[in-house]
Design a protein around this ligand. Sequence first.
Ligand code: ADP
Ligand code: MG
Length: 609
Amino acid sequence: MTAVKLPLPAHIHRLSTQVANQIAAGEVVERPASVLKELLENALDAGATRIDIDIEQGGLKLIRVRDNGCGIYREEMPLALSRHATSKIKDARDLEGVASLGFRGEALPSISSVARLTLISRTADADSGWQLQGDGSDAFGDPMPAPHLTGTTVEVRDLFYNTPARRKFLRAEKTEFAHLEEVVKRIALSRFDVTISLKHNNKTVKLFRTAEDAAAEQKRIAEVCGAAFVEQSIRLDFAAAGVRLWGWIAQPAFSRSQADLQYFFVNGRVVRDKLVTHAIRQAYQDVLFAGRHPAYVLYLQIDPVQVDVNVHPTKHEVRFREGRYVHDFLFRAIHKALADLRPGAKPEVVYETAAPDSASAPAAPSVSATSWFNRSSQRVMPLQVQEQLAVYASMHPSQQTLVAEPSADAATSEDMPPLGFALAQLHGVYVLAQNARGLVIVDMHAAHERITYERMKAAFHGDGLKSQPLLVPVTITVSEREADLVDEQRDFFTTLGFEISRLGPEAVVVRQVPALLKNANIEQLVRDVLSDVVVHGHSQRVSHEINELLATMACHGSVRANRQLSLQEMNALLRDMERTERSGQCNHGRPTWTQLSMGELDKLFLRGQ
Ligand code: ADP
Ligand code: MG
């Protein structure tokens, strides 16, 4: 046997502090924006109420953050620049319940190992400020006196000057500055009580003043997210069992082609979290146009013990100890806020339990958390105005018939319902109505489709869809595969309100249909349902996709364009919209109605200008 010649082991040696810090920097310091994020978090942790940011050349030349926080003791300045030194936690137990943004004690040493860093700081009781330079090693000179008010300035010059490989990855000044701006926006949204200014190459680019009231908060949101977002978003505020979610969500019609307007904060820390994104997407599922992204600025307040922030060095990800509960909570809160989006409905603020911080862990998904959600959100409409529904009722067999004569002129603004009264129908597509504010325009098919869909969902999940016999059974030629399906899935079709059976190898006969859809084109309806079932496979799968299937059916059961409606029918449609959840959008996320106020109309005619 010949011995394999092994190489001699290389000798193990300890890395210099500077190299160790540079390696750590690889994880936290990717670009100027990551430096800025760390510095801003430190300023906030120090209790600053004013932060001034100076950037030169997209942060490649200079990133300077000055705050009016508590400052650092002169003797501890070297520690601030040393690895694993922090004032924010003491031991492992403190890790379970971190309330500060930082806690790892590695940002300043990492940054100082890949850039020229100067720390200037003064505590409230010191006679002057002190200045110290760091280069990522443990060799510090003595701090030198430097003029400074109470607070801290950290100056970072020539990022990656000593690590050319990383410098190569930096982009143009403009791109890097865009990243920096995004960091500032997030911090601005996270703390309305802090004034933040941002200068680029000595020019002020952003100034966020302390926002003390709701109007000022809205102004800040508009500055960050655009005025259109503020106009088309709703405010929500939900609390249950120690968790609170508040903020703004855009109405589905204001969706984005990219996921670029999504801000989510957990206890003040911006996070990008899969669980969160998933819960919100699900809540929007039924109202958002396919492929579009919802927009939101949301704040989750939860006992810090319930969140693990020590998942990744950049602290962008978190782990919830009760992930399922949090997912559920987010979904319900947003789903409900969206369901309340009806003409005239005001999104409500719901508090079921006492103030969130007084309650403890949301360990057991409590009864109260569920009960506030399940409470019927269908508030009773003021029924001062009743309508003759004879004709419209034929489209909705289950609709009760009310009696009275509505009229746009006769109604005073008090008893005017939110969508007002119908005036006319335009080209068989739009309903025109007059309400207190001016003109209402309704996309008749889209609106009716949503109403039918919501009714079908309610019926399906309630007593089941009621079925109605056809006077004359309808025979339909289908593929053999589809005819097989009719045999195999007979029970499933029954739950949908159909009575349908096989007539031959490639023919089926329909004897009963869902009562809500009795006016639909039966042949088309059955063909579409069959092809949906073929696509989604066996009925088990289908029950997951049931909403899609119901939406397909609802589409068939809704008034088509070019169908002439009487004023009564139109008014009945308006009242139904006011009563129906999510009726602000059709099943595909398009708006169902719009308002032109008298002011807007006046503008069109240059009236009173
Ligand atoms: P961490 O924030 O994780 O503690 P850092 O390296 O970012 O670690 O900062 C180290 C320490 O320096 C902090 O714990 C804090 O005590 C102090 N420090 C850093 N920046 C500031 C600041 N702007 N104001 C006051 N203290 C600061
Ligand atoms: Mg820090």
